[in-house]
Design a protein around this ligand. Sequence first.
Ligand code: ATP
Ligand code: PRP
Length: 244
Amino acid sequence: MITLALSKGRILDETLPLLAAAGISVDPAVLDSRKLILPTADPGLRLIIVRASDVPTYVQYGAADIGVAGKDVLLEHGGEGLYQPIDLRIGRCRLCVAVRRGFDYAASVRSGARLRVATKYTMVAREHFAAKGVHVDPIKLYGSMELAPLVGLADAIVDVVSTGSTLKANDLVEVEDIMSISARLVVNQAAFKTRRAALAPLLAALERAVEQSGVQPSVSSLVLSSVPPALPSGSANARVGSSS
Ligand code: ATP
Ligand code: PRP
């Protein structure tokens, strides 16, 4: 039995069509239930429903063989124990730095001021600002980051942006684009080796489904992830490099 970890919401919603294209359906009644372990039409595959930020942990420790997680979540987790063989091209957004309209971010940075940055992504934020030589105090939040600059909790936020409507509605402006984000299929490194025969057809089918979806990869996904040299036959991911 292969266990696939997914989070409810956009990851589940956008993964289901890829599974369907790979020939795997899930009973809608099961999806509507409060169950956390869900069967699929394939007796060899079950889903488990976890928080988006917990997907890498379940896969890292082998409680799930594979999972679907945003690159934002994977960067924050660190990717230990995971291969990231397929950019699923879903959950597309950008990680960015935003501030209150009227806040002179450039001047603040130039003056060497210490910035308070509210974010779910404290590791990513630390790295981003350290690389630019900007001093920051990250403040860990779990949601509604856009509120923090409005009520004096932070000078800036690091968060994902898609349409920009949440920033706009809260009178924030984007001042730096950190990177483009999409969801990746992650695989437990041990399972990748020991359960290769079971996993290979599923990975190949998902990869075909992504290609057939017609969505183009973002530029950053061309330098994908840590993947072992030999992937299931037909995999396009032999071209892979860093663990980004
Ligand atoms: P958690 O429950 O752990 O806090 P979450 O609330 O961020 O997670 P979702 O909002 O479902 O979970 O987001 C899952 C993933 O989808 C994110 O990690 C990110 O990669 C991507 N994502 C987040 N916001 C958007 C958006 N507005 N548009 C497109 N993709 C997004
Ligand atoms: C995410 C993110 C932003 C919003 C950006 O929140 O945290 O608030 O999407 O999308 P936009 O640019 O299209 O407005 P989400 O909707 O996932 O809610 P959350 O706070 O529960 O994560």
